[in-house]
Design a protein. Structure first.
Length: 698
């Protein structure tokens, strides 16, 4: 669909601002105009957001020119990140201002189009204001959508929704948040007075049919009609591997880190704005501190989820304004947040996912005509192999497959309590209607009625054993009438336990006047004392008081401080990258060293990196006799320093494979040999400890 089909105000604003639309935009506009469910897959920086928003904004423009728009929510935008939600809200202000300016230039009364954001960062006064005067465009997160659907007044506000946009859809499907969001989307349609058009956006979707099924809700033999706009995920990239002159080892030495700090300083100095991605919040704080020592405290800062909203927004605004030379970030800046003009992205350590690397590098050159530029810094010899395999996978156009969470019963139980709590007392929820609603989602399409009734049994107070006796029933299930209703307190429980993001036991960090700085892990707080100093947001803070739920601090500029830590803070390797890594090791290890080095040089590694990698694989092969790869599993056994037998299973397939495998090993060893096996696993394999074994099981 061309711009000529839009109102002249909308078409003129777009032409003056962006010029010609992309193919993805034109095809997306046409499908959305037909009121079709639409899934848009296109590379980062290709204008997906306006592909989704412009048609619905144009509808508001045309309706507003005919008569003043009523205060009602027409468009719901759902983002997986609070920061992305706030960013979209700000970016919507520009087209609304531009449309107003063009309308005035054309001597037309500009329509009043409003937008608001509702996330966990939204203040109570802002929430109350949007209930009194609902916006036309409401920007939110999956968890806040659940809360909106559960509270009576906000649920009424959603009855007028006509379009829902799910941005960065890949980021939720591969987690339990996906099943949670799928149920919320069906609840939204149940509340809405008219059919709701669903629009999904992402740069990295594989398999795209699975993503489409999730978006619209499908079951065997049934899928609502959906238009799939697939423009792939590939675009021209300037990417390379950065390897230190000092030898990489199993653990990074101080010497290697100093080389990396100096090289990063050199790269930052050669570019206008640099975004440095790391995999953990602790690493973000560490790297920001070392870079600020070299470039100045005002030139570098950190950005991660444990910083306060104000600290994150301050870092983003300083980056956009050109006041920062570099920003060190975790996944908090990975998705489609507009952070202005970024010349270079540096990734410290493998991000463990092909799609994650593409998303992060895509933050640079973030325009339709821009050239994303990225540099990858391995942090160990093992990491060097994974980084090389990752770059090869990117060059081949490969992508991680999304594995959806289906029939997740704890999520189902949470949503059932919320549905029962939201129903009026005089109209309990029919179990037949509940089963129909749940099975309209792709995540629960094959949920048998008996399994649903088992969940209802549990929520009604029938537990499988006495160990659950302290749990209170949450619903009343009338088996004769076939209905459920909420027990007293169920609504409060549903609201205070929203979503699937785990409670990590974090302590708020605040100034004496109550302003929030960020948050710390409870174990970090337990090990801290009043008077000690620590780093947060690349600034130093002195602990003045520790209470039951917060840490009161004052600034301590220039003072040395310890680095904070957060548990459960690193991503894992998906099986697709594991297979690619295994194939890479197999091909390199089966080739003569000189030819292998040349092959690695051809793949983009310099001479030093290629020699380092081939030497490392040779040492591994000499130590164990074989290398784990996509066709070979290596098992070794030895006695540890306590004399206990240990088995190590080496494979490259990642923790998602190794986790259930480790549990199966524990069970089999206990059943077959009567031994109490203890296991741990990583992305690279499984360690089995056998404290009571005289000989290891064969």
């Amino acid at each position: 669909m061309s711009l000529s089909s839009f109102h002249p105000i909308t078409a003129r604003w777009f032409s003056e601002t962006f010029g010609r639309p992309t193919t993805a935009q034109e095809r997306g506009w046409a499908a959305i105009r037909r009121r079709q469910h639409t899934l848009i897959a296109a590379p980062t920086g290709s204008g997906k957001t306006l592909a989704a928003f412009l048609t619905v904004l144009d509808d508001l423009v045309q309706d507003g020119l005919r008569a003043p728009l009523p205060d009602e929510v027409r468009v719901l935008y759902v983002s997986p990140l609070k920061a992305l939600s706030a960013d979209i809200h700000k970016n919507l202000a520009e087209p609304r201002r531009g449309i107003r300016r063009v309308a005035e230039a054309m001597a037309l009364e500009p329509p009043r189009i409003t937008a608001a954001v509702r996330t966990g960062d939204t203040t109570q006064s802002e929430r109350a204001a949007m209930l009194r005067t609902p916006p036309h465009v409401l920007v939110t997160t999956p968890e806040s959508l659940y809360l909106l659907l559960t509270a009576e007044r906000s649920r009424a506000m959603l009855r007028t929704v006509r379009t829902v946009i799910v941005d960065e859809i890949h980021a939720v499907i591969g987690t339990r948040r996906g099943a949670h969001l799928a149920l919320s989307l069906e609840r939204l349609q149940h509340v809405a007075e008219a059919p709701v058009v669903r629009i999904g956006l992402s740069a990295t979707q594989k398999p795209i049919e699975e993503v489409a099924n999730f978006l619209v809700g499908s079951s065997p033999g049934r899928r609502p009609e959906i238009s799939i706009i697939d423009h792939g995920h590939r675009r021209q990239l300037d990417i390379a591997l950065e390897v230190p002159r000092s030898s990489l080892e199993a653990v990074m030495s101080h010497e290697v880190w100093e080389e990396y700090y100096d090289r990063l300083t050199e790269l930052i100095g050669g570019h206008r704005t640099t975004l440095v991605f790391v995999n953990t919040r602790r690493m973000a704080e560490r790297l920001a501190r070392h870079l600020s020592d070299r470039l100045g405290e005002s030139a570098v800062t950190a950005h991660h989820g444990s910083l306060s909203k104000d600290k994150r927004l301050d870092a983003e605004s300083r980056l956009k304004a050109g006041q920062l030379r570099a920003l060190v970030a975790t996944a908090s800046l990975e998705l489609g947040i507009d952070i202005g003009s970024v010349d270079l992205v540096c990734q410290i350590g493998s991000p463990h996912r092909i799609s994650t690397f593409l998303q992060r590098v895509g933050r640079s050159g973030h325009t339709i005509a821009g050239l994303p530029k990225g540099r990858l810094f391995p942090v160990s010899r093992d990491d060097l192999i994974e980084c090389a395999a990752l770059l090869r996978s990117v060059g081949r156009g490969e992508l991680d497959a999304i594995v959806s969470y289906d029939t997740t019963l704890d999520v189902l139980a949470q949503q059932i309590v919320a549905i029962a709590a939201a129903a009026p007392d005089e109209k309990p929820v029919s179990v037949d209607d509940l089963h129909a609603l749940v099975t309209r989602t792709h995540s629960y399409a094959e949920l048998p009625r008996t399994l649903l009734e088992n969940v209802l049994d549990m929520l009604d107070g029938r537990y499988p054993s006495s160990e659950f006796a302290e749990l209170r029933p949450r619903i009343v299930w009338d088996r004769i009438k076939g209905t459920i209703r909420a027990r007293p307190g169920a609504r409060q429980l549903a609201v205070t336990n929203a979503g699937t993001i785990p409670d990590r036991g974090l302590y708020a960090v605040t100034l004496p006047d109550g302003r929030r700085v960020g948050e710390l892990d409870e174990e970090m707080v337990f090990e801290s004392r009043v008077g000690e100093t620590f780093l947060l947001g690349a600034s130093t803070w002195r602990i003045e008081e520790i209470t039951h739920d917060r840490v009161l601090v004052t600034p301590a500029p220039g003072q040395p401080g310890v680095l904070p830590f957060w548990k459960g803070d690193a991503p894992g390797r998906p099986v697709e990258l594991g297979k690619a890594l295994g194939a890479f090791m197999r091909e390199i290890s089966s080739t003569e060293d000189s030819k292998a080095i040349q092959r690695l040089r051809d793949a983009g590694l310099d001479e030093f990196a290629a020699v380092n990698l081939v030497t490392y694989l040779g040492e591994q092969r000499e130590a164990t006799g074989a290398l784990p790869d996509d066709r070979t599993i290596v098992v070794e056994r030895f006695r540890d320093e306590l004399g206990d037998w240990r088995l190590v299973v080496h494979t490259p397939f990642g923790a998602r494979v190794h986790g259930p495998w480790a549990q199966a090993i524990e069970t089999r060893v206990r059943e077959r040999f009567g031994l109490d096996a203890q296991t741990m696993y990583t992305d690279d394999g499984i360690v089995v400890r056998l404290p009571d074994a005289d000989e290891p099981p064969s």
